[in-house]
Design a protein around this ligand. Structure first.
Ligand SMILES: NC(=O)c1ccc[n+]([C@@H]2O[C@H](COP(=O)([O-])OP(=O)(O)OC[C@H]3O[C@@H](n4cnc5c(N)ncnc54)[C@H](OP(=O)(O)O)[C@@H]3O)[C@@H](O)[C@H]2O)c1
Length: 252
């Protein structure tokens, strides 16, 4: 069997772009997300276009019992995962700390931190057994800086940065590579999800600047993965040219 990549959050944005790019490179794919119809459409398109095999996992990364069951019951040949892309994640709301919403906070912490941990624990066991693998953690500029009202989302991405560094240490004896990819603004469904379907508010985020597109991030991930086995890219911070920091943006 050729190489296998497992991508969480593969129904949209960065995860979907990675699925396309890795399929084009001949990888078989395990694609995970909650929206079944979309995942089925993407899987079929990639299988037809690239003559690869795709296993779909309809799951919520927050539910560790269901996640463990679905991943554990994969056939043994599919557990020889070469690349895990911990991409599933989201932001909910943009409120000052005193006005924050408990449910939004729980969703972000449970998905971005705990979901990433659950997936990593399961898949890193397979990688330890085979003494190889590459884990890509999708962090953010929000994991390097904080910005007004970004409080809990920024905290989750700072946690991803800490986990990325910790994993690199813990998995060092097993020959497993660990990389964080930290994007600035990427135009995906991210802002629509953050503003709970408010399309016009989401669009305003990108007003007057050229944001990154999902494929820019997929290509950076591919760069890290395609280095020779002795090279580990620890992290990459990738910004639109028009964005200097989380908050300093040239809109014209
Ligand atoms: N866009 C940006 O500006 C930006 C910048 C820095 C970092 N990031 C990070 O990049 C990653 C991808 O975001 P994106 O911009 O590509 O956003 P997106 O277009 O909204 O995609 C998010 C993906 O995550 C999946 N997902 C969300 N919650 C999930 C859950 N509980 N279980 C399983 N899958 C779940 C979604 O699929 P389902 O809804 O089908 O489950 C979707 O496929 C996130 O970690 C985000 O924090 C984005």
């Amino acid at each position: 069997m050729s190489k296998i990549a497992l991508i969480t959050g593969a129904t949209s944005g960065i995860g979907a772009a990675c699925a396309h790019l890795f399929a084009a490179q001949g990888y078989h794919l395990i694609l995970l997300a909650r929206r079944e119809e979309r995942l089925t459409e993407i899987a079929k398109h990639l299988e037809d276009k690239y003559a690869i095999e795709v296993k779909k996992i309809i799951a919520d990364v927050r539910d560790h019992e269901d996640l463990s069951y679905r991943l554990d019951t994969l056939p043994a040949s599919w557990k020889k995962v070469n690349v895990l892309i911990n991409n599933a994640g989201l932001s909910q709301g943009l409120d000052p700390i005193d006005k924050g919403n408990f449910a939004d906070w729980d969703t972000m912490i449970d998905t971005n931190v705990k979901g990433l941990l659950y997936t990593t624990k399961i898949v890193s066991n397979w990688m330890v057994a085979q003494k190889s693998g590459h884990i890509i953690n999708i962090g953010s500029i929000a994991g390097q800086e904080v910005y007004p009202n970004g409080n809990v989302y920024c905290a989750t991405k700072h946690a991803v940065d800490a986990l990325n560094k910790s994993m690199r240490i813990d998995l060092l004896p097993h020959g497993i590579r660990v990389t964080a990819i930290n994007p600035g603004m990427v135009e995906t469904e991210f802002s629509k999800v953050r503003f709970k379907g408010d399309e016009s508010r989401a669009k305003k985020v990108y007003d007057g600047l050229e944001p990154l597109v999902a494929n820019d991030i997929a290509e950076a991930i591919w760069f890290a993965v395609s280095r020779p086995a002795h090279v580990n890219i620890n992290d990459m911070l990738i910004m639109p040219t028009a964005q200097a920091t989380a908050t300093i943006i040239d809109r014209n």
